[in-house]
Design a protein around this ligand. Sequence first.
Ligand code: N01
Length: 557
Amino acid sequence: MLASEPETLRPVSYTPASGVVAMGDQQAIDYDVVVIGAGFGGMYMLYRLRQLGFTARAVEAADDVGGTWYWNRYPGARCDVESVEYSYSFDAQLQQDWVWTERYAAQPEILRYAQHVADRFDLRRDISFMSRVDAATFDDTAATWTVDVSGQHAGTLRSRFLVSAVGCLSSTNWPDIPGRDTFAGDRYHTGQWPHHEVDFTGKVVGVIGTGSSGIQSIPIIAQQAEHLYVFQRTPNYTVPAHNRPMPAEELAELKARYDEIRAIDRTLSGGFGAQYPRGTVGAMDVSDEERAAEYQRRWDIGGFTYLGGFTDALLSKESNFTAAEFVRGKIREIVTDPEVAALLSPDHVIACKRLCFDTGYYETYNRPNVTLVDIHDGGIEEITPTGLRAGGADYALDALVFATGFDAMTGTLLRMDIRGPELSLREAWSAGPRTYLGLGVHGIPNFFVITGPGSPSVLTNMIMSIEQHVEWIGDCLAAMRAGGQQRIEATEDAQDQWVGYVNAVADATLFPTCNSWYLGANVPGKTRVFMPLPGLPPYREQCDAVAANGYEGFVLA
Ligand code: N01
């Protein structure tokens, strides 16, 4: 028993006979809830379900907790939300006890934090590791899911509810480049990095992709490699992270203000950045000098703050252009070869593809052992046993790194065969994902998605969005138990209206204006739908109102 854990929140056994108030006919089910995934979403869902007295089991493909932070071990992997904010808020003592050592935590530290949470709340006993959910079928007569699991804990689980905590960026995108699997050297994907240290010393390395993962790993790979070729299809905007060690006094001061920081975060569109007040005017409402000074001030702070100076960075093309042009100016200042600087300069709307943060990214192209290869025209023609061919030239490589991202938001969900009474999730989403609140899907009863498409998710501090969803789902299940209900399903009408609302909000912004993974544009053949919903605070209010109105838009029985 931990000092921080109030008596009433003690974990309870998942055996219904232990006095747990469970959901109806326990003969028919093994657990009230099966949770898919044990990253930050799955871990908190398990904890919350225990608090509420539900029985639950999580199924996790990895051999430990951590989700995205378990898999993304590439060199330089680091969070782009400050560590004091990218952390659970549900337990006051946890946030006081944990010591963050850097402004932005690196992957190993975040993974240690996830492991600490698992230990602290004894979560692992309810997780089946090295196991995957392959399929789940809902029996409408018994209001029961049958969940097929493969791997170390292969078998069938029966539960009343199914909660997806698979994360938004968990299916790696391996582009189908001709000859991809013929490469005889070492091949890596940033999102499935090996657990052992990879040393590129003395090697000729190719990196494909210049999104967040490429931009974080390229400077480090360049320091090791004999030569690095970066194959760039689209340049990306990146601003300095200005990461630094976290002094003990600063951390203590932040911890003393934790309640205030979390309260401010709840009012912010992305759920983070409490320390850096937002601007209150549009970028074109000030003089050129004032605008440039504000961009410089925020460039010096670093991170997402860069776009917080004006209210309309993602609403007005004209304002957005000024923010983009400032970054292009920085690229010209930093990169000594004007041709390379031009190739590195994006021309799309800044932040319509997720803004990146770096440590020495543009500077890396001044190194003599780094070559930027522009492939925007013809792409990579072929991967060969000894390297690759692009633009008619052959590049001999010892190692090839795919920093090519993910089949985001829907990839992992659709890999499983999830079946409602009359249609499968694959059928329901054949023309792109459709949800109600990003939480429920019409046609798939008793199924919840944590940070699903149609919710703010990837446009926010993920841990804050996870907490909001987990708490909403927990409250919903508790309300159903109190009301003697066993089945919940989003109505088609509510879902249609929600999808229309998400599209309208997204269309009022500049987000949908470029080929981003937010739209599914990075995966050939994927239906283009803007998947996340901009704006966490109004969304939270809508979810609360739905609950307060008896789960309006859902049918409960
Ligand atoms: O993936 P991406 P990522 N041939 O999709 C290129 C989060 N994250 O792993 O832009 C050649 O952004 C592709 O080119 P293009 C964060 O939310 C966070 O980097 O499609 N190139 C692009 O350059 C982030 O946004 C953190 O033309 C190909 C790159 O590969 C998200 O994860 C760190 C190609 C993929 O970029 C995904 O980031 C890391 C092909 N066939 C990740 N296919 C932080 O917290 C794709 N590309 C900081």
